[in-house]
Design a protein around this ligand. Structure first.
Ligand SMILES: O=C([O-])CC(=O)C(=O)O
Ligand SMILES: [Mg+2]
Length: 393
């Protein structure tokens, strides 16, 4: 195996939406194309991008990670059976990088990792979910992935009626579980913010036939312990699907305190970018393996090579993979969910296009989505996204 070329670009995913912590008015994503050639001269180009929420990483890619990948020897990127080794490539790009302090280099490495897995599956002539099932899951893949519709963002002039209309559209698309943002009411007291959010939440739960277990709410890490507990007291009786990122993602002991006071599921992890950070959450966050949801996003956190380490760590700590529902609503995590037997995947029916969303013409039925059978991650079956990759030449 030989790395032939690596190209990178930056694509906009800006929009007027906001969560409780940031708006997306200047959001960008890195895109890469990695061309690989096997010993028989067969070439494949894999594509990668970074998940929403972190900006494009052109500097880190150009200065460190792409040059290292281009300098990799054939032996370094080849497995014993002659196939492409994303693990070997990972070790090459991470050479001379100290542990800890992950910053956003995990985002840059994740973009390359995604492209390498896409190329590996294309060279093998199989969809990535199948390659993963065969290599790491005893050949067992799920038939489909459970997906939920994430949205319910704050948007200028958006009131409760528009929020309910948006959620109604998701139900019409085949989703049965939806997610909305909370905790973002600007400039109000905690009491007023809670009253406003409860009105929004109650309107959506009413649309869901009164079934709170079909609604997740997402704070995007905005609350401190007092606000998190105040909301927890109000949300508890509603039996929501989960209460997401109520606290700063790195404040583990405060999660443990919240978990003592809030019995229904808590979800977090989308802003933890390494196996070690994930392990600290598991060790110190007081989360409960029988109900809580782990949202580590392989595209933001050094890619699938690192995510495999995270899954091993979870197994050692007695956590099932079914508790993992990655953040990011992208096809990469969808392949991982199906091929490795996770609990499901996020989906963004109306935001973060064209990076969010799955293959064209694959309908969501009963909140489940099946996988295309084309080789690789499936980008070629998603026209709008593939058009963006084609700009790399
Ligand atoms: O709004 C965001 O940053 C995305 C997010 O939290 C999610 O999809 O769970
Ligand atoms: Mg979130």
């Amino acid at each position: 195996m030989r790395i032939v070329s690596v190209k990178q670009g930056t694509a906009p995913i800006a929009s007027a939406i906001a969560n409780a912590y940031i708006d997306f008015s200047k959001m960008t994503a890195s895109i890469v194309a990695v061309t690989v050639e096997d010993a028989g001269g067969k070439r494949a180009t894999g594509y990668g991008f970074n998940s929403n929420g972190r900006y494009a990483q052109p500097g880190l890619l150009a200065e460190r990670f792409i040059p290292r990948l281009l300098e990799a020897t054939e032996a370094q990127v080849t497995r014993a059976d002659g196939t492409l080794s994303p693990e070997g490539a990972w070790a090459v790009v991470m050479k001379n990088e100290k542990p800890g302090g992950h910053g956003e280099r995990s985002v840059a490495v994740g973009v390359l990792d995604m492209a390498l897995w896409d190329a590996a599956a294309k060279l093998a002539g199989v969809p990535l979910w199948k390659l993963l099932a065969d290599r790491y899951n005893n050949g067992v893949a799920d038939q489909a992935a459970w997906v939920y519709a994430a949205g319910g963002y704050y948007y200028p002039g958006k009131g409760v009626d528009q929020l309910v209309e948006e959620m109604k559209r998701y139900l019409g698309m085949g989703y049965s579980t939806v997610k909305m943002k909370i905790g973002g009411a600007p400039g109000t007291s905690l009491k007023d913010a809670l009253a406003e959010d409860m009105a929004r939440i109650e309107a959506v739960v009413k649309l869901l036939g009164g079934d709170g277990s079909k609604l997740a709410v997402d704070v995007n890490g905005r609350f401190g312990l007092h606000a998190a507990l105040t909301y927890a007291a109000a949300l508890g009786p509603m039996g929501l699907r989960w209460y997401e990122e109520p606290l700063d993602p790195l404040d583990y002991s405060t999660h443990a305190t919240l978990a003592e006071h809030y019995a229904p599921p808590i979800a977090t992890g989308e802003n933890l970018f390494s196996m070690q950070d994930a392990r600290n959450l598991i060790r110190h966050g007081g989360l409960r393996p029988d109900r809580d949801i782990l949202q580590f996003d392989p595209a933001l956190s050094y890619g699938l090579v690192e995510y495999l380490r995270t899954l091993d760590m979870l197994a050692l700590h007695g956590w099932s993979r079914r508790r993992c529902v990655p953040h990011g609503g992208h096809q990469f995590a969808l392949n991982i969910a199906v091929g490795l037997g996770l609990g499901g995947n996020e989906s963004y029916p109306e935001v973060f296009h064209p990076f969010g969303g799955f293959a064209d013409d694959v309908p969501v039925v009963d909140s489940k989505v099946a996988m295309p059978t084309i080789p690789g991650i499936g980008f070629e079956a998603k026209n709008e996204l593939f058009a963006v990759f084609k700009t790399l030449g």
